[in-house]
Write a protein that binds this ligand. Sequence first.
Ligand SMILES: [Zn+2]
Ligand SMILES: [Zn+2]
Length: 246
Amino acid sequence: MKLTVIGPWGGYPKVNGASAGYLLEHKGFHLLVDCGSAVLSKLQQYIQPELLDAVIISHYHPDHIADIGVLQHALIISKYMNKEIKTLPIYGHDENQHGFQLLFFDDVTKGVAYQEDQEIHIGPFKVSFLRTKHPVPCFAMRIEAENSVFVFTADSSYLEEFSSFAANADILLCESNFYGDMDGSAAGHMTSYEAGQIAQAAQVKHLILTHLPQYGELEQIKMEASEKFSGSIFLAEEGLSLDLSK
Ligand SMILES: [Zn+2]
Ligand SMILES: [Zn+2]
């Protein structure tokens, strides 16, 4: 399984960057996790949109779905150019019908609802969910392929359940929208210390801090997380790639 970060920013993209978007590849199958602002532009450096096999969305905040509409435009234009286009499945929860309906467009994309207590298979990936603590319904994902485990917290304030949900993951992609001395809980987000604490309790191999703030010195977030977690830590940045099969 290979992960490539497309967009590391929380809330909105910093100049020339993108908000939430992460590309997972395994055995030639390409799954895009979240599709935030400017993701479509950045994604094309790694894969053409019509070659995606599936998309999965954690929740319907704009920094996670802003580019769904332009992804659909890209696919319909490919179709006009006489390219073979298969209908792209976009997995999302249907607790927000307005959000879920955005996943359908002509015959180029279709929404597929997932349920929190369900385990689903998307190509070679097995996906399970954990409801997070956020102002709107949002789901963390545990994605497994062969012997590799990738866990994405999506957006959430601290939850004890993350420790078991992320247990022994190879990669924990954990939101850290706030610096250590701040309180993210009212906004539904976590701090660097909380991210480190979860990674330590879950005994993950690699912690990637994401959904990053646009202000301050990001190295501080990494340093703070390292006070709680002794394993390897990365700050998410566009193009950061970890290949677990190597
Ligand atoms: Zn967000
Ligand atoms: Zn959110």
